[in-house]
Design a protein. Structure first.
Length: 343
């Protein structure tokens, strides 16, 4: 569930529950048909698969993306991960001949059909997603987050979904909660993954979706008077690359205020500052600020940013509560996060 923010007359930010909207990329027509027939989405036993699973929450909306077309609108009713997914219907195991790797589908979303539609991605209403795909040179991802405007448009397309759904009975399969580790030797995919930037990015998006965390973040940026509602979107593409998080107004009026955030798991480098500056230049005057988040930054880099990049802020993240844990859940990761501005 996406948490939007609005500022009331007293200047206080309040939490407004708003569902996020994602397009789930499907690899084959056969898999698309199975997704629609059973009103279910599945993600592979891979880093991208677990990333999608953690990024999409119960209450969010999704559509399927295949062959440059958007299929149906669903509300996420439930989500769970299952053990021994190789034996679980409906999708066959994926085999990659070049690498010899095999992937099952342990990460599942149970969907509630809302609208029936088949629409071309080239429609102007899908411009936000289409631009991302074009700049990326193709799908190359399991899911794409669209903005609230796109969700509002899709909610008026097609017709209300009427018809049967063949619900699968997966009650014989044991559920598990995916976990993460900082120790490579403890990896046991798909149940334990090494913490990487994709998961950290999703965790920081979730962290900033908390009203108090977001308010504290804006105060550190001296943007406590940021007016209007906003949404936090993952991976916005630009000609120079893509930013990890984009904070933007839901309904811009006159101007579109934006904050771009780049996240690195390790120490921040000068090249990260220069890359962020390119993204900021691409947006122009409507970019309020650019933010770099990393584990640490050198004194030399901090000095350069202070002297030459006045609109860029550097934050460091800490995970102190997790340092004594061998493995941890996504929720524990989010709850342990602390962001502190150093520039």
């Amino acid at each position: 569930m996406y948490k939007g923010f609005e500022e009331n007359k007293e200047g206080c930010i309040k939490l407004v529950s708003k569902p996020a909207y994602f397009l789930i990329a499907v690899s084959t027509k056969e898999n698309l048909d199975l997704c629609i027939r059973h009103a279910m989405a599945g993600f592979t036993s891979s880093v991208n698969g677990v990333w999608s699973y953690e990024d999409i929450n119960v209450g969010d909306f999704v559509s399927f993306l295949y062959g440059a077309k958007i299929f149906n609108l669903y509300r996420v009713k439930d989500k769970f991960a299952i053990k021994d997914a190789e034996q679980a219907p409906p999708w066959p195991i994926l085999h990659f001949r070049s690498s010899g790797k095999k992937y099952s589908f342990p990460f599942r979303l149970i969907l509630e059909p809302v609208r029936r539609l088949t629409e071309s991605l080239v429609r102007v209403e899908f411009a936000y997603v289409a631009e991302n795909l074009l700049l990326r040179g193709g799908y190359r991802k399991t899911h794409f987050q669209a903005d609230q405007t796109t969700l509002q448009n899709v909610s008026q397309m097609g017709s209300l979904y009427k018809g049967p759904v063949e619900h699968l009975n997966l009650s014989n399969f044991v559920h598990f909660t995916p976990k993460y580790t900082l120790d490579k030797q403890l990896m046991q995919i798909p149940e334990v993954f090494l913490l990487n930037e994709k998961i950290l990015q999703a965790a920081i998006r979730s962290y900033l979706s908390n009203a108090e965390n977001c308010k504290r973040f804006l105060e550190q940026l001296s943007l406590q008077n940021f007016v209007g509602s906003m949404e936090i979107l993952a991976e916005k593409a630009f000609p120079e690359g893509h930013v990890d998080l984009l904070m933007k107004e839901n309904v811009p009026i006159g101007e579109s205020k934006q904050i771009i955030i780049e996240i690195k798991k390790g120490e921040l480098k000068e090249k990260d500052v220069l890359q962020l500056k390119k993204y900021m230049d691409e947006i122009g005057e409507e970019c309020l600020t650019g933010v770099l988040i990393g584990r640490d930054a050198s004194k030399v880099l901090i000095k350069k940013v202070k002297e030459h990049h006045k609109k860029i802020s550097i934050f460091v993240y800490t995970l102190e509560k997790l340092l004594t844990k061998e493995t941890f859940t996504f929720e524990e990761l989010v709850q342990s996060l602390l962001l502190q501005k150093i520039v």
